[in-house]
Design a protein around this ligand. Structure first.
Ligand code: SF4
Ligand code: SF4
Length: 239
């Protein structure tokens, strides 16, 4: 059964999907963007592990890590970056060079599509990208995705966050996930744990005044969304 936080996460995914622009270039089978550079929170990882466990695919899951390339510890979380910006510090967003295909990519389709993390859901382009043609992401869309990622990080505050493969490995090391852990070399779980960081609370959004109309309506829809009779805003504020 999904935890309350997993249900909130699915509610956030749903509201973002309702809001997002259908006219972008992304289509089923287009997967140049499916690399090993995906950042997730522990709540997103827990949703993925539950999906795999419900389908009895633990061995399949463990085999995916044979395709894992080098990952590293992020320098900032999304909220950590936002906090530094709000304090007026001079920070530049990190860039990642790992372009190896995501292990969950099978025949140009995502094998965990239903539970794919937010970084995958929000990565879009207004032109078809190729290895030498990067994605072109509309500015308002980038701002909206960052704001929603900040909410997702806030939801998972105190737990781990980082590269998807490291977070999944780190989660496999905790007792309720022993089933996965036994199928993976212990050194891999240790590597995952070494590369994750702690998710932080929301310090405020990085939105410009002119973005508030378009992005504000999405944030309002997310905050108003009801899960088990409570709004996501109340759940996030422990009310
Ligand atoms: S972001 Fe680029 S590679 Fe990914 S689905 Fe969209 S157009 Fe295709
Ligand atoms: S999880 Fe799925 S959508 Fe995300 S990068 Fe991997 S294959 Fe692509």
């Amino acid at each position: 059964m999904k935890s309350l936080h997993e249900k909130v996460l699915v509610g956030i995914y749903r509201e973002f999907e309702k809001w997002s622009d259908e006219s972008l270039a992304c289509e089923k089978g287009c997967a140049t963007c499916c690399t090993q550079n995906v950042m997730i929170t522990a709540v997103e990882g827990e949703l993925i592990l539950r999906y795999i466990q419900d389908r009895g695919k633990e061995e399949w899951f463990a085999s995916k890590f044979q395709q894992k390339a080098g990952t590293r510890r992020p320098q900032f979380t999304t909220n950590g970056f936002a906090e530094s910006c709000l304090q007026g510090k001079d920070v530049t967003p990190e860039s990642y060079g790992n372009t190896k295909a995501c292990p969950f990519l099978e025949g140009s389709c995502c094998s965990i599509y239903e539970v794919r993390p937010f970084s995958c859901r929000c990565f879009v382009s207004s032109r078809v990208c190729k290895p030498d043609i990067p994605a072109l992401i509309p500015e308002y869309y980038l701002s909206a995705s960052t704001a929603v990622m900040q909410i997702i990080e806030h939801l998972g505050q105190g737990k781990c966050m980082g590269n998807m493969l490291d977070v999944l490995l780190a989660l496999c090391g905790i007792s309720e996930n022993k089933k996965y852990f036994q199928l993976l070399p212990a050194s891999m779980s240790d590597q995952g744990l070494a590369n994750v960081v702690k998710a932080l609370p929301l310090p405020g959004f990085l939105l410009l005044e002119e973005e508030m109309g378009e992005v504000g309506s999405l944030l309002q829809a997310v905050f108003n969304c009801e899960i088990e009779g409570k709004s996501i805003e109340d759940i996030l504020n422990n009310r």
